[in-house]
Design a protein around this ligand. Structure first.
Ligand code: ADP
Ligand code: ADP
Length: 229
């Protein structure tokens, strides 16, 4: 089956001062298979973040249908939200929260019962267990990024979405994030990541869709797609 099914997805942002409305997504059809590591590839401004933010429920679509784990986003917003975890691009963490506290708050937001919380396990996975009680403001950029990944995992989502997970990170952190992604995928999680690094898509993804100027211009297995370039 498919983890995500998108039909006719459109997003037009209202015009800013001095600029007209911006058509960021121009009618996208996209099916993402369960269990895959799926790459959304495309240049800056292509519409990747807009697509992901719609999946995450952070941006409201203009038109089209989005089904997440079989749940129509408009009909079953709560179930579709529960099925997905998102690691955002921005390092938007409260500086006075420790990783442990941040995960508790996140678990509360998602209504995870106390008995089902597994903060230690998640902190261990991302290599932050020894920093569990340190304020976020004292954490390095790499540690903050790993905390964002940990937060995306607290409600044990079927689907994990990573927005440019390795943009501007050093090789060591990139390898660690890739290892985490592989491990989660082996445990059955469907992974969707955006990137503008071809190398990253080739290394990580089973299947790729290329987005350009708000349109899907190709979708295929990584081997087929990159074999053609
Ligand atoms: P990226 O290309 O790395 O996804 P952008 O620089 O396009 O990032 O956008 C960064 C953030 O700024 C996005 O979250 C987006 O919502 C917002 N943004 C981008 N372009 C505009 C714009 N023209 N007007 C208002 N906000 C914008
Ligand atoms: P990508 O993630 O592929 O870089 P985005 O989805 O961030 O692309 O942006 C797609 C287009 O929509 C860009 O032209 C961007 O400037 C514009 N855009 C993004 N967010 C906003 C926003 N909040 N308001 C207006 N325009 C935006």
């Amino acid at each position: 089956g498919n983890a995500i099914e998108i039909e006719g997805l459109r997003k037009t942002y209202a015009g800013q001062k001095g600029a007209g409305p911006k058509e960021a997504l121009k009618g996208i059809d996209l099916a993402i298979p369960q269990g895959s590591v799926f790459g959304l590839l495309g240049p800056n401004g292509a519409g990747k973040s807009t697509l992901i933010n719609i999946l995450a429920g952070l941006v409201v679509k203009t038109a089209g249908t989005v089904r997440i784990w079989g749940f129509d986003q408009d009909v079953n917003p709560r179930q579709s939200r529960a099925a997905i975890g998102v690691m955002p691009q921005e390092l938007n963490l409260d500086p006075f929260f420790t990783p442990r506290a941040a995960l508790e708050v996140q678990a509360g937001l998602y209504g995870v019962p106390k008995s089902q919380r597994r903060s230690d396990e998640i902190l261990e996975l991302v290599g932050l267990l020894d920093k569990a009680e340190s304020y976020a403001r004292t954490l390095s950029g790499g540690m903050r990024r790993r905390l964002l990944l940990a937060k995306a995992l607290v409600h044990n989502p079927h689907i994990l979405v990573l927005d440019e997970p390795t943009a501007g990170v050093d090789i060591e952190l990139r390898q660690m994030l890739w290892e985490n992604v592989r491990k989660l995928n082996q445990q059955g999680m469907t992974i969707i990541l955006t990137t503008h690094y071809l190398e990253e898509a080739e290394e990580m993804c089973d299947e790729i869709a290329i987005i350009n100027n708000g349109e899907k211009v190709a979708q295929d297995s990584t081997a087929n797609l990159l074999g053609r370039i």
